[in-house]
Write a protein that binds this ligand. Structure first.
Ligand code: 3AM
Length: 215
């Protein structure tokens, strides 16, 4: 089985700008700047055949390129016990349209609906008992954060597994909004390889499922 999600990745300029925010909250597990992403749809664990079906459905998505601006910061979780720190996005109809197209493609592939409402964000850190006053200070200090405007012309299918240093996200396939596949990761999604991947990473998958179980 392969744990998958669909997301936007970001150019160096944005990752650099986001990385500059990642300080000042003791105990925060800051995301590695190479791993910053905006999740469009979490898929979960699928077998190789289903991964191929999802990938084929995603490859049919087309729409015009659009601009995106990251803006503001926030937390998820209980007010008194936030579990993640994130940067938000200025309201963006094109981003919502892309998310709907991705969601439809994933649903068409037989994946269960995602109960959560789409809340576009880029996770900066996972929190575990971080001091409330420091979280509050971070939120007020960066309330007006505005990232460089960026052009979105593609989206990515990522795999995810947990290493000892945290979740590792690997781009498996990149899809251009003008149609087609931008970069072929030469990944054979069919069952044999997925089974081999499964044997290699099965324990990590279980660990990651446990890590996210509380969300
Ligand atoms: O984009 P972020 O970092 O907010 O929290 C996980 C991460 O979100 C989320 O999918 C992204 C890539 O792992 N995620 C993990 N398990 C999930 C689940 N069961 C989930 N989202 C929804 N349902």
């Amino acid at each position: 089985m392969i744990r998958l999600f669909v997301a936007l990745s970001f150019p160096e300029e944005i990752r650099h700008s986001l990385a500059a925010l990642c300080a000042g909250v003791p105990g925060a597990r800051w995301v590695n700047p190479d791993q910053f992403h905006l999740t469009l749809r979490f898929i979960g664990e699928v077998d190789g055949r289903t991964a191929r079906t999802v990938s084929d459905a995603l490859a049919t998505i087309t729409m015009p390129d659009f601009d995106l601006e990251l803006f503001g910061v926030g937390t998820f979780g209980d007010k008194r016990k936030a579990n993640s720190l994130w940067v938000g996005v200025r309201p963006n109809a094109a981003l919502n349209r892309l998310q709907e197209k991705v969601d439809n493609a994933v649903l068409r592939s037989g994946i269960a609906p995602d109960r959560r409402k789409f809340a576009p964000h880029v996770t900066l850190a996972r929190l575990n008992n971080a001091p409330l006053d420091r979280i509050g200070a971070f939120l007020s200090h960066h309330a007006l954060y505005a990232g460089p405007r960026t052009r979105c012309d593609r989206f990515t299918l990522y795999s995810s597994f947990l290493s000892s240093s945290g979740a590792i996200y690997t781009p498996e396939q990149v899809y251009r909004l003008d149609g087609g596949i931008a970069e072929d990761a030469e990944h054979d999604w069919m069952a044999d390889e997925a089974d081999a991947w499964d044997q290699d990473h099965g324990d990590w998958d279980k660990a990651e499922a446990a890590a996210y179980g509380a969300e």
